[in-house]
Write a protein that binds this ligand. Structure first.
Ligand code: HEC
Length: 231
């Protein structure tokens, strides 16, 4: 069977001329870009936009662990303004909720659920069990276990370094010292350790899992609170 002739005008005039094809492709793709970019700059930003508090030192430590372990490879942190998403995850994510997210953890795939509003969804001890062995809380989960988070400790020097870097980028941290970070982390982790103890889990306050739980429990909570107050 011979190849049917497809010498259409499009092929003759455009596709056979690579330079012209490149230019027209650029123009076409730019239209798609402009449709998204122009409104973003044209719509005035709301000066009453809420400003949320920066992450605490313990949450910064947890966030660094989240990045180190590559949790973003399976989890997104962005709820799209679509009904199916808001029914499952809650209010869609607003831009101001990312105010202190450096770097962003939007993610690019959802192998697991979106985590942008996971804060408060589960108890601390649920997270503790889930991190150690996801299949113990979630039947058939394909999330890998992270048992080392429950033996390895957070180094306050690393946290102080992160706080210093974030302060340099504009996050208003008054105290970026190692001593300051240690003190703030001890205060916040005590609450988590106590709640875990209430469920029969004995955990040292400086474990990596405690920091990660603090971070997870913070996610999306400011937005949820502010958006429900605005209603
Ligand atoms: C290989 C992909 C994968 C990786 C990597 C991964 N997860 Fe998951 N995660 C999942 C899947 C799948 C689920 C759903 C089943 C379950 O609950 O375990 C899930 C569920 C969760 C949930 C419960 C979400 C909800 O709303 O029910 C949390 C919290 C979570 N993961 C945190 C993490 C953290 C923190 C890390 C990094 C330390 C991580 N995950 C790494 C796949 C992954």
């Amino acid at each position: 069977m011979s190849e049917p002739s497809r010498e259409t005008w499009h092929r003759r005039v455009i596709e056979h001329r690579s330079a012209l094809l490149a230019i027209l492709t650029t123009v076409t793709v730019s239209i798609g870009g402009l449709v998204e970019i122009v409104p973003m700059y044209a719509i005035p930003t709301d000066p009453t936009e809420p400003v949320i508090d920066p992450y605490t030192p313990l949450e910064v430590a947890g966030r660094d662990i989240y990045v180190r372990e590559g949790c973003y490879n399976c989890h997104s942190q962005m709820i799209r303004p679509l009904r199916a998403e808001t029914l499952r995850y809650g209010p869609w994510t607003r831009a101001w909720e990312y105010k202190w997210d450096r770097p962003f953890q939007l993610g690019s795939r959802r192998i697991g659920p979106d985590l942008q509003r996971v804060g408060g969804k589960y108890s601390d001890d649920w997270h503790w069990e889930h991190l150690k062995d996801p299949r113990s809380t979630s039947f058939g989960s394909i999330m890998p276990p992270y048992p080392w988070l429950e033996t390895d400790k957070v180094d306050p020097a690393d946290v102080a370094a992160s706080l210093t870097a974030l302060a340099h980028l504009g996050t208003p941290y008054a105290d970026t010292s190692e001593a300051g970070a240690s003190k703030a982390m001890a205060e916040q982790s005590a609450g988590i350790v106590e709640r875990l103890a209430g469920k029969g889990v004995t955990a040292a306050p400086d474990l990596e899992a405690i920091a990660l739980i603090a971070y997870l429990q913070r996610l999306g909570t400011d937005g949820k609170r502010i958006l429900s107050e605005a209603k």
